[in-house]
Design a protein around this ligand. Structure first.
Ligand SMILES: *Cc1c(COP(=O)(O)O)cnc(C)c1O
Length: 948
């Protein structure tokens, strides 16, 4: 008997698994778009002069099993010791139920930023729990739902203080007890804005010289201090007081609000989020109600839906870059939503008594540890502490550090003669004995009961976490169901395509995700000695080389934690380059009006002036306008920021010309790499003339969006900028943009795995299919909707913009109505009203199958037919399925008096009958929520209501 070979592509083959359409489906799609084959379509779409000359070659792609084996080999080169280094990073125990049901659950990690509140009620509730936790613990009135890390939160607080302070002083005081990485990032951010940073002892604070001051609590070496007096002095001068506080310590210690602080920031990492060699974790910021409009980042608020029921949404979005551009409160776009959700759940799991018990145990262990050392004659600082002590060891520093490592423990080197120790939730009696042994104490028992070392007047006297959500029955059954209920309210990639233009919501494969939670990656402290992180180093070196190869750049920094942070880092390299050449005065940045809002917001942060450039009729950058502005500002031109392919979804042929004009006038070119999904393997920004670009690893390179973060925005640069890349934050010196040298390195296995499993050809094929999928949608919608911009051959790139503005006139139908009606069809709406108001930008990505693309097109065409009926007067212009969308199950079972059937309302084309997605609320009222601002958990009555 013989076997006939089949053309079956094994699932294990990434090319098949990651790419949606099967080879047969691609054939059919190519026929629809009218291209002979895929290569012909690409030839039509990409101008020949921008095509890269040599194909990407990363060797033979790995299968899933090969990848996971390889990953394990590399991971095991990281040495997992117990790190008692502290400095803002702490061992923590992730409750297994949170790890499994949230961190490892695609319903949570594949969700998008909650711009469409009706399909985001679950994560919005989880995030409002986080905000409630933060406002309670800090004793302030309002909180945002996460910033990128503690160091950037400090810097954001500094610039916010400058915005709200009535004091006109130009100085900013930084407590010398701040963590060095916080000081480093504040210095970086202060310099271009002309803020003079004074680092010193709070005793020497001169409140007349500063518009604000920041204190660390507890201090980086463990000091506890009541800042009430300093804060009162600052307030007398109309200056702003900021406290960077450890939220776990605040369960025992007097809270910043009680000391009079205006702003509190910090990291919620130790609320169940693994250290991960630096990240990701969620930083927080809280402030007083009166300053809320100046606060950066996402704020979740409570509003009502069209039936008056409670519904959550993003508040005060008018502060953000997509509306305010260079006048925005910050450039923060992607934040740390998934990690904030985890930290919020950690508080829900433990409740106030649980958190307090964890903090007390840590404190008692620290006291025991200190007692043992004191009895042996070591001098301990400070006298009062929470979890951190510093031990004077004189000439023994090296010896103690080394024998600690031999015991499997990392301590912190402090100056020349001292050693720092910070205990945490993972510390066991055996850990304490091992530390003692490193100090030569071998015969001591940990059993002693210990006293408190927190002074009476610093003990917290107020309540926190009083809301019922923090007092649920903590049986895991209840917790599991609460997490499931919230997840079920949301529409994430695990249920439907999320066709978000510019945001590239592609597959985040399970195999890519698995290594993230391995101990070898998740338990490393960011400041461990290099020899303990050899696995990380190998991965980062190889991934960086691959990303340089893909982009055509010469050097890369993994430090930025988001695309916007990458923009800032990239612009800083340009500014440093100009200074180096005696051109430090250059401060004009040309930015097309169609640019993403983070572009102008980032340019403003380096102190540049934004000069907007018009778009031509066909959507391209208006070359004449560009030339004229470059000419006009020639002497002061710092550079330009452009996006490629353009935000209009077209490969502009003029890109090389724009780069040349910029260079001719002495400027540098920043190419926003958010659209790399249309380029990988086909074209390289470095070859087009770009000097620097960021890559959104959470778009093109498979890191999941997490409902609004985490992300990674590494920057690639040309050789002349390499020496200006971000510096090591632990130095405490200007030049770092994030708290950890490699940003959020525990996410990097995802992007690395993607590259290794796809290989060069697989990555290129993904780009081709992304372009095919977009052109297929454009073709199928042709006639029903206008595709706004196309290349000269009638093709779009990896996304397309459809115009819905004519329907406002003809049928009273807005882009909002269409977006909400798509929810009834079981879809997340495309990007709305950007880069052109009243349009939808659709990006399907390569990961969606033909069936899913067809389901989407059928839904869009049915919506067009509904608009038709209104246009023809066959359907009421105000009471119709579009205006009433989305429809809830409540609508279906209630009295029905509408001029269309329940069937039409609830099951339009696209909607599944059995697996129908039901939004939990009707259309959310945005204006009501901003007028009646509430950003903490609403009272319990509304919970029982919702549960009924
Ligand atoms: C997403 C995006 C950004 C910002 O990235 P974040 O990670 O959200 O900060 C910048 N530019 C463009 C074109 C984008 O699509």
């Amino acid at each position: 008997m013989t076997f006939t070979p089949t053309d079956y592509l094994p699932y294990d083959f990434a090319n098949r698994r990651h790419i949606g359409p099967s080879p047969a489906e691609m054939e059919q799609m190519l026929q629809v778009v009218g291209a002979k084959d895929l290569e012909a379509l690409i030839d039509d779409t990409l101008p020949a002069e921008i095509r890269q000359k040599t194909p990407l070659d990363f060797g033979k792609p790995k299968s899933e099993r090969e990848l996971l084996h390889h990953m394990k080999v590399v991971a095991s080169k990281n040495k997992v010791l117990t790190s008692l280094i502290g400095q803002g990073y702490h061992g923590t125990v992730t409750p297994p139920a949170i790890q499994r049901n949230i961190l490892e659950n695609p319903a949570w990690y594949t969700a998008y930023t909650p711009y469409q509140p009706e399909i985001s009620q679950g994560r919005l509730e989880a995030l409002i729990n986080f905000q409630t936790m933060v406002t309670d613990l800090t004793g302030l009135e309002i909180s945002n739902a996460s910033l990128l890390d503690e160091a950037t939160a400090c810097a954001e607080a500094m610039t916010m203080a400058q915005r709200v302070a009535k004091s006109k002083a130009t100085g900013f005081f930084v407590d010398e007890n701040c963590h060095p990485q916080n000081i480093a990032v504040m210095k970086t951010r202060a310099a271009p804005l002309g803020i003079e940073i004074v680092v010193g002892n709070p005793d020497d604070l001169d409140p007349t010289a500063v518009f604000g001051a920041i204190f660390q609590y507890p201090g980086t070496h463990g000091h506890l201090r009541d800042f009430t007096a300093e804060i009162a002095k600052l307030h007398e001068q109309n200056s702003i007081a900021i406290i960077s506080a450890d939220p776990l310590a605040l369960t025992l210690l007097k809270e910043p609000g009680a000391m009079g602080a205006d702003i509190a920031v910090g990291s919620t990492q130790r609320f169940g989020v693994p250290v991960g060699y630096g990240g990701p974790h969620a930083a927080y910021m809280a402030t007083l109600q009166k300053h809320v409009r100046a606060m950066p980042g996402r704020i979740i608020g409570v509003s009502i839906d069209s039936h008056g029921n409670r519904a959550y949404r993003l508040s005060l979005q008018t502060r953000e870059q997509h509306i305010r551009r260079e006048k925005a409160t910050s450039n923060v776009c992607t934040a740390q939503a998934l990690l904030a959700v985890m930290a919020g759940f950690y508080a829900v799991f433990h409740g106030p008594e649980g958190l307090k018990a964890i903090a007390q145990r840590i404190h008692r262990k620290t006291v025991r540890l200190a007692r043992g050392l004191e009895e042996q004659g070591f001098k301990i600082e400070p006298e009062a502490f929470f979890d951190t002590i510093t031990v004077e060891v004189g000439p023994l520093q090296e010896a103690v550090m080394k024998s600690a490592v031999d015991e499997g423990i990392n301590l912190r080197r402090v100056g020349e003669t001292r050693v720092g120790i910070t205990l945490d939730e993972r510390t066991r009696p055996a850990t304490i004995r091992a530390v003692w042994r490193a100090f030569g104490i071998t015969d001591r028992d940990t059993g002693l009961d210990a006293e408190y070392r927190i002074p009476e007047e610093l003990l917290r006297s107020s309540d926190y976490l009083t809301h019922p959500v923090f007092h649920m029955n903590r049986a895991e059954t209840e917790m599991m169901r609460y997490m499931r209920r919230l997840a079920d309210r949301d529409l994430a990639l695990d249920r439907a395509m999320i066709p978000l233009g510019s945001c590239t919501m592609k597959l985040n494969s399970a195999a890519e995700m698995m290594p993230v939670t391995w101990d070898e990656f998740s338990l490393l402290h960011p400041y461990v000695p290099a020899d303990q992180a050899a696995g990380y180093s190998e991965m980062i070196t190889d991934l960086s080389a691959k990303l340089c190869e893909i982009t055509g750049y010469d050097g890369l920094s993994m430090q930025p934690n988001s695309g916007a942070q990458g923009e800032l880092a990239g612009l800083l390299t340009i500014a440093a380059y100009h200074r180096e050449n005696g051109q430090g005065h250059r401060n004009i940045c040309l930015i097309p009006m169609s640019a993403h809002g983070t572009n102008p917001a980032s340019a403003q942060m380096v102190g540049w002036k934004v000069v907007p450039i018009k778009s031509a009729q066909n959507g391209d950058i208006d070359l004449e306008d560009f030339r004229a502005k470059a000419e006009q500002h020639s002497d002061n031109l710092a550079g330009c920021m452009i996006t490629y392919p353009s935000t209009h979804g077209v490969f502009e042929e003029t890109v090389t010309e724009i780069c040349k004009v910029t260079h001719d006038h002495g400027g540098q070119v920043y190419i926003d790499g958010a659209n790399m999904n249309a380029m990988v393997g086909l074209s390289r920004p470095g070859d087009l003339g770009g000097d620097v670009s960021h890559l959104n690893l959470h778009k093109t390179f498979c890191i999941p969006h997490g409902g609004g973060g985490p992300g990674m925005g590494p920057i690639g640069v040309k050789q002349h900028l390499v020496k200006h890349l971000p510096s090591d934050p632990s130095s405490g010196e200007e030049g770092a943009v994030s708290a950890a040298a490699f940003g959020s390195p525990s996410l990097l296995p995802i992007s690395w795995a993607y590259c290794l499993m796809m290989g060069g050809e697989g990555l290129t094929q993904a780009t081709r299919v992304a372009i095919l999928n977009a052109n297929y949608i454009a073709k199928r919608l042709e006639g029903a909707f206008d595709v706004l911009y196309k290349g000269p051959t009638g093709r779009v790139a990896h996304e397309c913009i459809i115009d819905t503005r004519p329907f406002a006139e003809s049928a009273h139908v807005t882009v909002d109505d269409i977006a909400k009606r798509l929810i009834d069809c079981g879809f997340h709406a495309p990007t709305m009203s950007w880069p052109v108001a009243g349009t939808l930008m659709i990006e399907p990505t390569e990961s969606e199958t033909k069936a899913e693309l067809d389901r989407f097109c059928d839904a869009m065409l049915a919506i067009r037919a509904e608009i038709d009926a209104i246009e023809k007067g066959e359907m009421d212009a105000e009471n119709n399925a579009l205006k009433n969308a989305p429809h809830t199950m409540e609508d279906l079972v209630k009295d029905w008096d509408r001029p269309y059937s329940r069937e039409t309302g609830c099951f339009p084309p696209g909607a599944f009958r059995v697996d129908k997605y039901w939004p939990p609320v009707n259309r959310v009222d945005n204006v009501w929520g901003d007028r009646n601002l509430t950003c903490t958990c609403p009272p319990m009555e509304s919970y029982t209501e919702a549960a009924e």
